[in-house]
Design a protein around this ligand. Structure first.
Ligand code: DER
Length: 225
C-alpha cells in the first residue's frame, strides 16, 4: 500500500472540509483513522463536531480522540463522510471491505451529503480487480459461494488471524472474499450481488463517492467522477 504520509495528507485535507456544527461519518481503516485523529484535534480546539462511527474500531478511536458520537440510528443523514477504500477507479467506483466494515460504511457513506474517499496512489486503478468482500449471513455462506461461482467468481471464507475459525463482523456475520478478476461492469455485478439471498452487503460502492482525495508525496490529488 501507500505511505503513511500519503494517507495522512489525504485524510487531513478531507478533515478540513468538516465545518463546526457538522455531523461527520467516520470511516474505517488506517487512512480514515488519520482523519479521525485530525477531527479529534479540531474538537480539542473547540470545533463543534459530532461523529457517526462505521465500526467498533472507528467508534473506539473516535472516543479515544474525544469526538462526541451519535449512534447510527439517531441520524438519517450526515453532512460529510470520510472513508477509505481498497481500490478506486476513474468513475470513483470503489471496492471496500478490507476491514470487513463495509455494511455500516455503505449506510453512512451513502447517507452523506458529501462522501469523500481518502486514499493513497496504490489504491487507484483503471479497472477494479481486487477481491470483492461480501458480508453474508453465516448459514448462507455455502449458497452464496455457489451463486458467486455462477457469476464467474470464486468465494473464500475470510479466516481470522488471532482466533480459530472465520472473521466475524461487527454485525455477527461472515465475510466471503470473492475473486472476479477484472470487473468490467461494476454496476451490473453490484446489482447481481445485491440480489443474492444471504448477502447482507457487498464491497462494490458504485455511484456513492462524491470525490476522492488521493494523497501523493507532494500534495493531494482531488478527483471527481
Ligand atoms: O474496510 C474498508 O473499507 C476500509 O476503508 C479499507 O478499504 C481501507 O483501509 P486502509 O485505509 O487501511 O487501506
Amino acid at each position: 500500500g501507500g505511505t503513511d504520509d500519503q494517507k495522512r495528507r489525504a485524510a487531513e485535507r478531507a478533515a478540513e472540509l468538516v465545518s463546526s456544527g457538522a455531523t461527520v461519518g467516520l470511516g474505517t481503516g488506517s487512512t480514515a483513522a488519520f482523519a479521525i485523529r485530525a477531527l479529534g484535534r479540531a474538537v480539542a480546539d473547540g470545533a463543534d463536531v459530532r461523529g457517526v462511527a462505521t465500526s467498533f474500531a472507528s467508534r473506539e478511536l473516535a472516543r479515544e480522540v474525544g469526538i462526541p458520537l451519535v449512534s447510527l440510528d439517531e441520524v438519517s443523514t450526515v453532512d460529510v463522510a470520510i472513508d477509505g477504500a481498497d481500490q478506486l477507479d476513474a468513475d470513483l467506483n470503489l471496492i471496500k471491505g478490507g476491514g470487513a466494515a463495509h455494511a455500516r460504511e455503505k449506510i453512512v457513506d451513502a447517507m452523506a451529503d458529501r462522501f469523500v474517499v481518502v486514499a493513497d496512489p496504490s489504491k487507484v486503478t483503471e479497472t477494479l480487480d481486487r477481491t470483492v468482500p461480501l458480508e453474508v449471513l453465516p448459514d448462507a455462506r455455502t449458497a452464496v459461494a455457489a451463486r458467486v461461482e455462477t457469476l464467474g467468481g470464486e468465494a473464500t471464507l475470510r479466516r481470522a488471524d488471532r482466533k480459530d475459525g472465520p472473521v466475524v463482523t461487527d454485525n455477527g456475520n461472515l465475510v466471503l472474499d470473492c475473486a472476479f478478476g477484472a470487473v468490467a461492469d461494476p454496476a451490473s455485478l453490484a446489482t447481481d450481488l445485491s440480489a443474492t439471498p444471504g448477502v447482507v452487503e457487498h464491497g462494490l460502492f458504485v455511484g456513492v463517492a462524491d470525490e476522492a482525495y488521493v494523497g501523493t508525496d507532494d500534495g493531494v490529488d482531488v478527483r471527481r467522477p
